[in-house]
Design a protein around this ligand. Sequence first.
Ligand SMILES: *Cc1c(COP(=O)(O)O)cnc(C)c1O
Length: 372
Amino acid sequence: MRPLDEYIVPWVRESEPYSARHMDFASEHPHLVRMMSNENLLPPSQKVVEAILEAARNANLYPDSGYTLRQRLTELAGLSADQVVLGNGSTDIINSVIHTFIAPGDEAIISVPTFPMYETRVRMAGGRAVLIPMTPDFYWDINAILHAITPKTKLIFICSPNNPTGNQISAADLQRVLAQGVPTFFDEAYYELEEKVVSRAGWIKDYLHLMVNRTFSKAFGLAGLRIGYLLCETGLANYLNRVKIPWNVNLLALSAALAALDDTEDQRMKRQNILAGREYIYREINRIPGFRALPSEGNFVLIDASALGKSSTEIMQAMITRGIFIRPMSGHNMPPGFIRITVGTPEQNRLFIETFKAYAAEVLGSLAGSTR
Ligand SMILES: *Cc1c(COP(=O)(O)O)cnc(C)c1O
């Protein structure tokens, strides 16, 4: 008998399962402030919770195709309902898009650092992830991206505002990429939180190979319900609907998303919380000599804490001991000493800043002591 391993497709055999260890750790330690996963730390509004409870009464029934929600979403974007594809979180959409374009051996171009799921899911489809490092000041290296295109390139991933760098790609640079005609996945997971909100959904009319990805996980704060959506041209949506699993978005999520779209007052409050919080963290970190926070258009702030002379994992561990769970960025195509902080409530942000300052003073104090 052949060993079971030999039956497994090679790219699955050679990969590792996604590690949810940080999530499990956070669940086991509920006293920790969750600043590690870019969740919205404000809970759903009363209206959203009521919509979920109401939908729960029908949980014996299969969900429909989300027609009402798709209609609402596309009206908001100036498109039609057949130009939206719903996903069980936008990670599900990323997966469907990859399985629509990538056959084993095909290439996807990914500017890094960015959301790691693009690379993982491309690999899981047997594809080759062609990673293009951003420039040293963390901007898209457009020339290198264009240079990397080969006949095997089936997809290009651009995330803007980019997780974890927080910045946006310029219209002109995105146009240079789109001019190549290669299917382009443009991730707008954080667009509702931009200082000046700009979407590229309107460009779908001119670029039929442009896909605009969005989620209810961040600005709307529904990460636990798993719902995201893709905006694209009708013919392309038709292909994607063949690949995606039917009923992939559940009844509770569909109702919650509709209620969240209706609750504009809650949206405004949540957005304000993020904008004020990230400005505060940015300002306070940049006040500490030797440390640098990058300007962010998302619900997170990237910090260069290399002045501590510690690995980002060591920094994470030290912060966990002090009650705050942050994300180390080493192993994410970033230089050592970079950490990413999710914006929380004003009190949580203040707690983070005070804790981080005290920790930095401790480390740098002892460093000064040891060199004397
Ligand atoms: C958080 C995030 C997502 C998606 O999350 P879902 O919860 O799966 O919708 C997608 N893209 C980026 C860049 C993100 O940061």
